[in-house]
Structure formats: structure tokens, C-alpha cells
Design a protein around this ligand. Structure first.
Ligand SMILES: Cc1ncc(COP(=O)(O)O)c(C=O)c1O
Length: 386
């Protein structure tokens, strides 16, 4: 009966709004046509607003990793010293991408579950004055940590280096004022808070990044050479055949976020985070990220006994999927995604489902405790009306 029913509370892919699904059924158009240019121009203008940049946003057929690879291959030049800050699994992947360039990669590995220490970054920058590029993950999806992009961008800019931020799982969920904070490149993917299917990478290039790429040698990668994408944006097109249907979906998703208002979208994500955390705490479970200031607005990580069994019950019996831990966290945590097309009732449903699975696996909790605590947060929050 429920073969195709799965409520996605994983940190991506996320539920796709029906309006976006409908938009993607638009009949096919030629990508070198005036119709496509009109579509792409509108998308480009709206994306600049969401990224908070006066620069350009490359729309690449590929997932978030493709965007990270494009950013690194286009920005890092032979012989550069790169500081790769890693706070978890996705930071490690970002580091691996940089290691494939002909650069000197310096790694700063932070304890999983903690955010990057700004003072330590300042000291590293002082110790290595020739660091030209810094890589940072905004929301580390494997641990649920949110890094302080604003401060790290400030010290990186003061040092004269370029900052590339992986905002794959934080984009539009958490504030990121690209130009104002001096972030040079921001990368995201379609299947997170944008509420699209997987398949699009967006790479926002600020004015300084555009200058560096123009002056530098050609990127080592052909497909992922951001200069090609940037050059074509002024003609409202893309260098290679774009995924037209996804771009129709992107236009719809972006316009829905702008209609809600970026600030309101971010406030909603923060509220969902606060509700989730209140529910988890009321159940007596341990959050992986105890400090609210370091906690992601889009994914919450929780230590749970028999985590995989709990997930299985939630998925098989109640058709709600949460994610498990990665690498050394496998079997130890669950990761609850609350990003994109998600509202307060979705969080209540997720907590209710979790509570049932906890009881079934032997937890001594009173059903409704987590749901009640989350509902309290909602009731006392301001501006929850649409
Ligand atoms: C922070 C972060 N970076 C990078 C990625 C990789 O993105 P993709 O799987 O779309 O290539 C993810 C995916 O979950 C992510 O959460």
C-alpha cells in the first residue's frame, strides 16, 4: 500500500513542492533560444538576491560536489598554498578535491561535533603568510555543526586570501551575506533547502573571484572552468547544454523563497531547528552539538542507542526517513533534516515518529514529551503566521 510513501526528513534530497514539480514539466525548449535566455536571465537575477552578491552565479549540471570541484579547479592556481578547514566528512571531501590540484594543501582538522576555531585560523594565517585560498564548509552535514562564516571571512579577507564556502546544506537556511562578508565563492546544490531534485550545482562568484579567474591561467578542468560559465552569463546562457527542466524548477523554487522573503525563510529554518532541539532535549537524548550557537539550522544530529534499528522502525513502519551517521558516527547518531519545503507540523510528525521508535527499541520515555516541548517552542515563537 505505502510502497511509494516516504516522508523525507534526511538532510537531502528534500521534499519537492508540487509547484516545483509542475514547473519542471514545462515542454522542452532550445537552450540557445530567446525563451531560454529570458528564463535564465530571470533566474540569474533572483539568484544574485539569494546569494546576496553583485557577482554571477554559475548554474552547472552536476551535484554539489561538481560545484565544489569547479570552484577549486577554477580558483586554485599551481603552487598556491590552500588552507582546507574540515569539521567533518564533507570538509574532508573538500580537502580531497583540493589535493588533486597542483597546490600545497594545509589541513586544519577540527574535532567532529565542534566548529572551526577562529583564533586558530588567525594563527595559521599568520604562520603561513602565503596562504592564498581558504576552504570552509558552512554547515557540516555529517555532524550538524554550523561554522562562523562571517568571522572566518573577515580574517581571511584581512589576510588577503580568497574564501570558498561550501554552503550546500546551509544555503537559504542560514544567513550568508556573500559580498558584505567578503566571501569570494559560495557553492550550493539543488536538493537541499532549495527543494529541487538533485542535479544542479550553483556556484556564486564574487567580484574578487571573477578578477582572479580572469587574470589566472585556464582551469585544469574543461567542463568545470568557471570562466566559461561566467563569460556566458552576460549573454544569459550557459557554455554547455543546461538541464532545462531543472532550471524551470529552479525559477519556481527561487521565486517561492523570494515570495516568502529570504529573512522569513531563514527565520523558519531557525525555528524548526529550535523546535527539534527542544524536543530532543525533552526526551533526554544527547545532541551531538550541544552549543546552540554552533548548531545547524537545517540538520540536527542526535546520539541514539541502536540508531539504525530506530531508523528502520521509523522508515518501515511509519514511512518517515531520517539519516544515519557517516564514517565513525555510523550506527551512533541519527541526522534529522529540516530544510526546504518543511514546516512546524513536519517537525512534530518527525518527533512523534522518533518517540514511537525509541519506545519500541527499549527507551523509557513518556510518549508526547518531545512533541510537547517542540510545540511549546512554536507557540511562543513570533511571526509564525504566513
Ligand atoms: C555540506 C555538503 N557538502 C557537499 C555535499 C555533496 O553534495 P552532492 O552529494 O550534491 O554532490 C553535501 C551533500 O550532502 C553536503 O551536505
Amino acid at each position: 500500500m505505502f510502497d511509494e510513501k516516504t516522508v523525507l526528513r534526511i538532510p537531502g534530497p528534500t521534499p519537492v513542492p508540487p509547484e516545483v514539480t509542475r514547473a519542471m514539466t514545462h515542454s522542452m525548449i532550445g537552450h540557445r533560444s530567446g525563451d531560454f535566455s529570458t528564463l535564465f536571465k530571470e533566474v540569474q537575477e533572483n539568484l544574485r538576491e539569494l546569494f546576496q552578491t553583485s557577482g554571477d552565479v554559475a548554474v552547472i549540471a552536476g551535484t554539489g560536489t561538481a560545484g565544489l570541484e569547479a570552484a577549486v579547479y577554477s580558483m586554485v592556481q599551481q603552487g598556491d598554498r590552500v588552507l582546507a578547514i574540515s569539521t567533518g566528512n564533507f570538509g574532508d571531501r573538500f580537502t580531497d578535491i583540493a589535493r588533486r590540484t597542483e597546490s600545497e594543501v594545509l589541513t586544519m582538522n577540527c574535532e567532529w561535533g565542534t566548529s572551526a576555531n577562529v583564533q586558530e585560523i588567525v594563527e595559521t594565517l599568520q604562520q603561513y603568510p602565503d596562504i592564498q585560498v581558504v576552504l570552509l564548509t558552512h554547515c557540516e552535514t555529517s555532524t550538524g555543526v554550523l561554522n562562523d562564516v562571517k568571522e572566518i571571512a573577515r580574517v581571511t579577507h584581512e589576510h588577503g586570501a580568497y574564501l570558498i564556502v561550501d554552503a550546500v546544506s546551509s544555503f537559504v537556511g542560514s544567513p550568508l551575506l556573500m559580498d558584505e562578508w567578503h566571501v569570494d565563492i559560495v557553492v550550493t546544490g539543488s536538493q537541499k533547502a532549495l527543494g529541487l531534485p538533485p542535479g544542479l550545482a550553483l556556484v556564486a562568484m564574487g567580484p574578487r573571484a571573477i578578477e582572479r579567474m580572469k587574470e589566472g591561467p585556464a582551469a585544469r578542468s574543461f567542463y568545470f572552468d568557471l570562466r566559461r560559465y561566467q563569460k556566458d552569463i552576460s549573454a544569459s546562457t550557459t557554455p554547455w547544454t543546461p538541464p532545462v527542466s531543472l532550471i524551470y524548477g529552479l525559477r519556481q523554487s527561487v521565486s517561492m523563497i523570494l515570495a516568502e522573503g529570504l529573512q522569513k525563510t531563514q527565520d523558519r529554518h531557525r525555528l524548526l531547528r529550535d523546535m527539534t532541539r527542544a524536543g530532543i532535549r525533552a526526551l533526554g537524548l544527547t545532541l551531538m552539538v550541544e552549543d546552540d550557537h554552533m548548531a545547524s539550522h537545517t540538520v540536527t544530529t542526535v546520539f541514539v542507542n541502536h540508531a539504525d534499528e530506530v531508523r528502520k522502525i521509523m522508515k518501515n513502519d511509519l514511512h518517515l526517513a531520517v539519516a544515519g551517521g557517516q564514517k565513525q558516527l555510523a550506527g551512533k547518531i541519527i541526522r534529522i533534516g529540516h530544510m526546504g519545503y518543511v514546516d512546524a507540523s513536519d517537525v512534530l510528525q518527525c518527533l512523534a515518529t522518533l518517540e514511537i521508535a525509541l519506545v519500541k527499541t527499549g527507551y523509557d520515555i513518556t510518549l508526547g514529551t518531545g512533541v510537547g516541548a517542540a510545540a511549546e517552542v512554536y507557540v511562543h515563537a513570533e511571526n509564525t503566521r504566513n
